[in-house]
Design a protein around this ligand. Structure first.
Ligand code: GDP
Length: 456
């Protein structure tokens, strides 16, 4: 993990920044003899960028030599092995002679320095921020450690310096946790919902999968039961292992003898409940009926809820003009569902069992993609390339600045793009980024969210 050291004269807010960076966690005290007694270290993370942060506050209590001398001695110790230094000044107080002295000394060091103008909230700080350019350490990043403002900007300053090292650490951690429980790895039974219009064959399919006549099917079926979850084990011939599946079955998904408006509405509510519960949603179509508006509505709903979606055309055993039917449905799905780039489409028969193993294998694969996290550095490598290949426009001659991207969450994948003047960013450019994430980062079939954010 990269190490970042916080440097600055007393009272500029080093400890506040330190506490802010490590979150609410307790600071670890490094009490190794011979090393600075008061040196505090902790694990920090900004938007996925992980590093160890070292606080040099506290050195001023030692009583030998002059203040700058002591500072130098202490920071020199801490600087050994540091990958970056955050040099903190107090934007409200402006630049003091001691700041200048530290800056002069830092300019001679090999460690890359990020200049941080703290206490930057409000007008009172503006002069100090401009003044700090004179330190010759580049552009100051205005932050308020106290109020948590501008911390995202620190990412932009630190990432080019420590990003790759942080990613290496992240990858090593990931490898180490492969056997253990990784928060991102899909865990537990696959939560699967099978939704579709009445008569598509949902009950028949579920019976087939469970291998027993659990649910009544056919025109006379009029079962009223609340939604139930059924766990079962399925041998995956592709992965050659037994897998667990939890199937969400709702009463309203089943065929009714008389389909009234009321029951139609109920089945929509049931579909929604099943979608809420599921990781992967299979929309079942009837090969003899084709794709209808209501099917697209259910599919959209699943995607809007952020679920991984697959479509299966059932009753393939009695399908006519099979290949043109398949292609027609594929096209209609691509056209009707802009949220994904190609929905995985399968031809199955609940009656004969054809295509079911293939469909279930795919369900596990799509859950994996849905749960995947892209390391920050790899993500930003893609991002830089995407911006270079097609730079954001410059409406009114002022270029929109996109700085970096992070993956905020998984299941479904959500990304945050940081930049300035984002209100002017055309929707088409946003789509360009979303399409790039899907196509280049392996999120083809899962709904991807992208949020734009301007750091304060
Ligand atoms: P649900 O309302 O979606 O649960 O539909 P059902 O499972 O009750 O099935 C409706 C009808 O379609 C029943 O008569 C089933 O026997 C029939 N069916 C279901 N799956 C298939 C299939 O794969 N092939 C054929 N030929 N018929 C099917």
């Amino acid at each position: 993990k990269p190490t970042v050291i916080i440097i600055g004269r007393p009272n500029v807010g080093k400890s506040t920044l330190f506490n802010r960076l490590i979150g609410k966690k307790l600071a670890l005290v490094d009490d190794q003899p011979g090393v600075t007694r008061d040196r505090r270290m902790g694990d920090a993370e900004i938007a996925g960028l992980q590093f160890t942060v070292v606080d040099t506050a506290g050195w001023e209590d030692e009583d030998d030599a002059t203040l700058p001398g002591r500072m130098r001695k202490q920071t020199e110790v801490s600087l050994e092995g540091a990958d970056a230094a955050l040099f903190v000044i107090d934007a409200r107080a402006g630049i003091t002679p001691l700041d200048e002295e530290i800056a002069r000394w830092l300019r001679e060091q090999e460690v890359p320095v990020v200049l941080v103008a703290n206490k930057a909230e409000g007008k009172a700080a503006e002069a100090g921020i401009y003044e700090s350019y004179s330190l010759g350490l580049g552009e100051p990043l205005g932050v308020s450690a106290e109020h948590g403002e501008g911390i995202a900007d620190l990412f932009g300053g630190l990432w080019p310096i420590i990003g790759s090292k942080s990613e290496e650490a992240e990858a090593a951690e990931e490898a180490a946790s492969l056997e253990g429980d990784d928060e991102n790895a899909p865990a537990g039974p696959l939560k699967l919902a099978i939704v579709g219009r009445p008569n598509a064959g949902k009950s028949t399919l579920i019976n087939r999968l469970l291998g027993e006549d659990r649910l009544l099917t056919g025109p006379e079926a009029g079962i009223t039961r609340d939604s139930i979850a059924v766990d079962w084990e399925w041998f995956d011939p592709k992965a050659n292992e037994t897998r667990e599946i939890r199937l969400i079955d709702t009463a309203g998904m089943r065929k009714r003898a008389r389909v009234t408006d009321k029951i139609e509405k109920m089945s929509v509510a049931d579909a929604k409940r099943a979608i809420d519960f599921a990781e992967v949603v299979v929309l079942l179509l009837d090969a003899t009926q084709g794709l209808e508006h209501q099917d697209l509505k259910i599919a959209s709903q699943a995607l809007e809820e952020g679920r991984a979606l697959m479509v299966a055309i059932n009753k393939w055993d009695i399908a006519e003009n099979a290949s043109s039917l398949f292609n027609g449905i594929r096209e209609a799905l691509n056209e009707g569902l802009s949220q994904v780039r190609g929905v995985p489409l399968f031809a199955v028969s609940a009656k004969t069992g054809k295509g079911l193993d293939t469909m279930l294998s795919a369900a596990f694969e799509i859950r994996e993609a849905w749960s995947r996290r892209v390391p920050t550095a790899a993500l930003n490598r893609w991002f830089d390339d995407a911006l270079e290949a097609n730079p954001p426009p410059a409406p009114g001659g002022r270029r929109i600045k996109l700085r970096y991207i992070t993956q905020a969450s998984t299941r479904p994948p959500r990304f945050v793009v940081f930049g300035t003047r984002l209100d002017d960013l055309p929707k088409s450019y946003e789509r360009y980024l979303v399409n790039g994430i899907r196509a280049k980062l392996g999120f083809d079939a899962v709904p991807v969210r992208v949020v734009l954010k301007s750091p304060k």
